[in-house]
Design a binder for this molecule. Structure first.
Ligand code: PEP
Ligand code: MN
Length: 258
């Protein structure tokens, strides 16, 4: 299968370089995003939920538009790209203007009207695998986007629900090989939501890079105990930096760089 490289600014996703996406689960404030990101030694894209789709309606669901403004400002100031999840097609014009990569969350992987609308844009779309979905269903979801003309698709494995409950989800490492075999699209792995526990983020990251992932998306927070969402899985900036040193060694061992 011919490989597709997605160009975003100066970044090529799906090239020899492992793409690093990091940031908090949710954008909480400008001050907090600065604290979360200022000490990260290597990162290409800042992440952070703004319109978040939460399982419980009582959980913090993001700052919405204000969150996008903060993410855009801090990313631009630091010469980084930005990614945040979209939950409603009505917001596409705003995302087209102020977000570099649009994320479709696991819970919206089969929101077909949203996918069709995103297919009519030119933006890079990172679509996350639903935790109850097969890879075939993920590929059909991607086709909803490409059928409308947008081929700037990035796939993301973020763990699936299995009978195992010692981790939040089960990271499907074989998804990397299958997706790379069956599609031209780059594959990013999100070890944070798969593990649900910071103790396991490092080993899953290293395994993903060894298995051929084109990038990692990792949740980082300056003070995880105080994080408004997903505090159990967030790495501190210094822990992230240590992890990335190891990621670089594994990347080099499989002929890639960071
Ligand atoms: C996220 O990445 O912000 C997120 C909510 O992840 P998922 O959609 O995979 O649960
Ligand atoms: Mn999260």
């Amino acid at each position: 299968m011919n490989k597709k490289t997605i160009k975003v600014g100066n970044l090529e996703i799906g090239s020899n370089k492992i793409v690093l996406i990091a940031g908090p689960c949710a954008i909480e404030s400008e001050e907090e995003l600065i604290l979360d990101t200022k000490d990260l030694i290597k990162v290409d894209v800042y992440r952070g939920g703004t319109f978040k789709s939460r399982t419980s309606p009582h959980s913090f669901s993001g700052l919405g538009q204000k969150g996008i403004d903060i993410l855009n400002k801090i990313s631009k100031t630091n010469n980084k790209l930005s990614i945040t999840e979209i939950t409603n097609a009505n917001f596409i014009p705003e995302y087209e203007k102020n977000v570099d990569i649009i994320q479709v969350g696991a819970r919206n992987m089969q929101n077909f009207e949203l996918l069709k609308a995103l297919g009519k844009t030119n933006k890079p779309i990172m679509i996350k695998r639903g935790f109850g979905n097969t890879l075939e269903e993920l590929l059909y979801a991607a086709e909803y986007i490409s059928k409308e003309g947008n081929e700037n698709i990035i796939l993301c494995e973020r763990g699936i629900r299995t009978f195992e409950n010692s981790t939040r989800f089960t990271l499907d490492i074989s998804a990397i090989s299958v997706l790379k075999n069956k599609t031209p699209y780059p594959v990013i792995v999100d070890p944070s939501h798969a593990a649900g526990n910071k103790e396991y983020v490092e080993s899953l990251s290293l395994a993903a890079v060894a298995a051929g992932a084109d990038g990692l998306m990792i949740e980082v927070h300056s003070n995880p105990e105080k994080a408004l969402s997903d505090k159990e899985q967030a790495l501190k900036p210094e822990e992230y930096n240590k992890l990335i040193e190891k990621v670089e060694k594994v990347a080099n061992a499989v002929g890639r760089s960071i």
